[in-house]
Design a protein around this ligand. Structure first.
Ligand SMILES: *Cc1c(COP(=O)(O)O)cnc(C)c1O
Length: 422
């Protein structure tokens, strides 16, 4: 060890603890650029002097001081997503819900009104009705595919935000971003889109008129079910507000998680092409099966918004929904008869995942409530993974056979325990 301590030329400390801390935190100087983004696993960044620290931590000059305010690996992720969304700026957060929350809180104040699609992600609905409404935000839900209803809701009272999702859970309903952004702007509202079910490879809402777009990077962006993250993209001024909210609320993304999302993004295009090709083939096969009453896939001509999807989407995506004949017990029985998918409730992963909304995410609704939401008792939502198509078809075919046999024998399909669904 040299006799002086680093660049400041002061005498080296002699005590063991001081030496251990200094010795183990000396970052190597690297002149060669690594071909992956380094994981800056640091909460704090040192500055040359007290003045620079004050400038950097008050955001007056670019740089890093404290990782809740900014971290190089996390910034690299935000910049990558901004580029893919076609956005001037983006900000990455600890989860998709952290991103939805920061995006909405950056725009809404007490007394403001938000009009949101009725088919909104479950936690986003709770955020609106259980978290934001008690703070004085007025919330109205509307069928976002009914443009007259959206226009009426926006006209009814001054509205700050119109909120929709590119592909709705669980029915795969597709909204028309061009029409909705025009409606929002005509009424002085911002149009905010959750694009998680599509991913920026499939759809880029900012290019279609949206003001902010949110992705749960836990899903397709990372793609392997091994990390949680969220990103908000949009114009610089709006993203600065999102950042301000995050700094004071703390949904801070860790650098290791950001690295994993960056690694996932490098294969997003090839994964989405394969997800979509397999989903399209599986959907077309399902349409021909006995016991399957209806198949919903944005890339199939029979989908109610096929024309909108064809205009807005590069491919049909990896999410499909299908309806089995029978009551609420057939969905869990079908799932229990499958062996290829992982028995879990997320989406956008290498693994195929099948869920039964009527006994999980939408279990609080009775059959009439389900019907109103466009959900039949036998509806299954499938996030089509990257397994071989033939294996999925064999597996789904076998499970359909089990369900048909149970129905023919008049025995109720297994009442699988309802599991909590994210
Ligand atoms: C998963 C998901 C979220 C929430 O993302 P997390 O990363 O789980 O917090 C929000 N919106 C949609 C559409 C999702 O699928």
């Amino acid at each position: 060890m040299s006799s002086t301590d680093g660049e400041r030329g002061v005498p080296a400390p002699r005590g063991f603890s001081t030496r251990a801390i200094r010795a183990a935190s000396r970052a190597p100087r690297v002149d060669q650029r690594p071909t992956t983004v380094p994981i800056y696993l640091a909460a704090t960044f040192a500055t040359a002097d007290a003045d620079e620290l004050a400038e950097v931590s008050s955001l007056r000059v670019p740089g890093y001081s404290y990782s809740r305010i900014g971290n190089p690996t996390v910034s690299a992720l935000a910049d990558a997503v901004a580029e893919l969304e076609g956005a001037p700026a983006a900000f990455a957060l600890a989860s998709g819900m952290g991103a939805v929350h920061a995006a909405l809180v950056s725009l809404l104040r007490a007394g403001d009104r938000i009009v949101a699609t009725r088919a909104v992600y479950g936690s986003t609905r709770s955020l609106l009705t259980s978290v934001l409404a008690p703070f004085g935000v007025e919330v109205a839900f509307v069928d976002a595919t009914d443009h007259d209803a959206v226009g009426a809701a926006l006209a009814a009272s001054p509205t700050r935000v119109l909120y929709a999702e590119s592909i709705a859970n669980p029915t795969t309903t597709v909204v028309d971003h061009v029409a909705l952004s025009e409606l929002a702007h005509r009424h002085g509202a911002r149009y905010v889109v959750d694009n998680t079910f599509a991913s920026p490879y499939v759809c880029r809402p900012l290019e279609l008129g949206a003001d902010l777009v949110v992705e749960s990077a836990t899903k397709y962006l990372s793609g392997h079910s091994d990390v949680m993250a969220g990103v908000v993209s949009g114009p610089r001024a709006l993203i600065d507000e999102v950042r301000r909210v995050q700094i004071d609320t703390g949904a801070t993304l860790g650098p290791l998680a950001a690295f994993l999302v960056l690694r996932g993004i490098q294969t997003l295009a090839v994964r989405m092409e394969r997800h979509a090709a397999t989903a399209l083939a599986l959907a077309a096969w399902l349409e021909r099966q006995e016991g399957v009453e209806r198949v919903r896939y944005p890339g199939l001509p029979g989908h109610p918004q096929y024309a909108v999807a064809a205009r807005q989407f590069r491919v049909g995506g990896g999410m499909l929904a299908f309806e089995l004949a029978g009551d609420r017990s057939v969905g869990p029985a079908f799932i229990d008869a499958l062996s290829v998918p992982e028995l879990t409730a997320s989406l956008g992963s290498v693994h195929t995942m099948v869920v039964h909304p009527p006994t999980t995410s939408h279990r609080q609704l009775d059959d009439a409530g389900l019907a109103e939401a466009g959900i039949g008792p036998g509806l299954l939502r499938c996030s089509v993974g990257l397994e071989d198509l033939d294996d999925l078809i064999d597996d789904f075919g076998r499970a359909l056979g089990v369900v048909r046999a149970a129905r023919a024998a008049g025995t109720p399909a297994t009442a699988a325990a309802a599991t909590a669904i994210p």
